[in-house]
Design a protein around this ligand. Sequence first.
Ligand code: SF4
Length: 537
Amino acid sequence: MKHVILLSAPYANVLFAPQAALPSLVGHLKKNGHLVEQFDLNIEHFNNFLQGYTVHCLDGVTLSVSKFRELFYELDLDTLNTLFLEIRNAYFDTVFKNKNEVNLSFGMGWEDINIHQLLDNLKDKDALTNTLLNSGAYHYLKEKPPLIGFSISHSRQFAATLFYCKIIKESLNTKIVLGGIYASYLVYFLNENQLRDLFEYCDCIAFKEGETALNLLTEFYLNGSGCLENIPNLCYLSDSGSIVKHTSHHLENVEELAAPDFTDINFDLYLSPERMIPYQASRGCYWGKCAFCDTNKDDRTNYRKKSPKKVIDDLVSIRDASYYSHIHFTDYAIEPNHFTEIVDEMDKCENFNNVKWSCLLRLSSHFNNDNLISKARKNGCELIDVGIETFNVRLLKMIKKGINVKDIEGNLQIFKKNNIKTLVHMLVGLPSQTADDIRKDMEELIRLSDLIDWVDLARFSLSKPTDMYSEPEKYNIICINEKNQEFTHHQDGEKINYSEIKDIEMNEYRPLIDKVFNTNQLLIAYLKDIGTKGGKI
Ligand code: SF4
């Protein structure tokens, strides 16, 4: 019998590669001597959906993941994008009835959520049940492991997680713990009654960082050792019926964490024809000040980095066990000196070769360094992902972005010179951002278009973890309507017209990005580009 089974429920997201959460927990539990298995039920559900799906945009070709991978190198980018969008939308429609009810993001309007009713929005519960019964997980679940964990990394995963918890609770006498980024928000923002309803589906929630909590919880339920009161980062219903939240934040020592374990992941189920893994070289954000940041304050501060030697040792050991060819660094942003140290370590290590990688960076004068960026390129850096949000100096200061326009252009030039692709994130609808401000951002993007490969434009949405929500008047926010997740704001006393901003976004900004940057599905474009350069393992 396994000690723990870790699961990730379907959420209608089409994945190219495994996510980071379960492999990190598996690595840590194995290091502590536990028998553990992980199953990504989302990707299994997607494969079930795709098997035999007839593609409209390709005149009735019958699809599967392996067929998609074959087509990946045959089709041109536009056709591939159209195909991807079709299967993504069709998959979504098989999981949910109503699109508008699935994005329960970050606390706003949550007082109206009825936990039990969330399950009503799941469309085909028989298909969800079959995914569980036909997955490898079922064999282990029948043996009644002492603990089952669900990772919830996205709001859309919540309903299917509850559905599976209900099935498991009704048929097995075993304990269930919820974890993952989204589970932390449940603890922060659901009220007592809602949490009480939630505990009809699970026994506890490990919020914030989960490794130590999950290890101690496994020992508690497996051997009866320890007690819930002493397990950090835990929320549960006490015997007396009260909700207990351990509010002190236990931070993992990142240097001592085991390397993520991907050994029982079936990479063939994912869409990427190249084997990709996520890896986190640090926790927390070294900057932590962006006023629009919707990561909870505790999680975006408390920065800790792994030593460059540990990073490369981990990556080499994962590659020896799981044969990946691509790494995506999932740090909020790699700190500039840490970036240099990691690149130096890659360069020194004879075993780190033929690997391609991408990462998120905050632009900085540190990267105006041709030697550094060319060394990064030589050691596999293919794509750098950066948040610019706006080029407007007033707004950059107000949102506490901490970057300046000179470094934006300087960094982009050096990345381009070294043939590293760039994905730039922009925001529209920031508090106090005027129509004129937005049009100037568009002009600046056009001016820099030779230096930027892809642009991802997101509409700003106010959420509870942001500094803007805590101190709205500092950001020209006049009033917040939580129920509708809307706010009114001004610039120099003049109220911003929401309809005008939305109109510019939809009819000018997005069409401009589609035209200039050909940005539909970034990952597809990125992989295809690498694939055509022969980056296959
Ligand atoms: S937006 Fe990114 S860089 Fe800014 S504080 Fe949040 S995690 Fe850090």
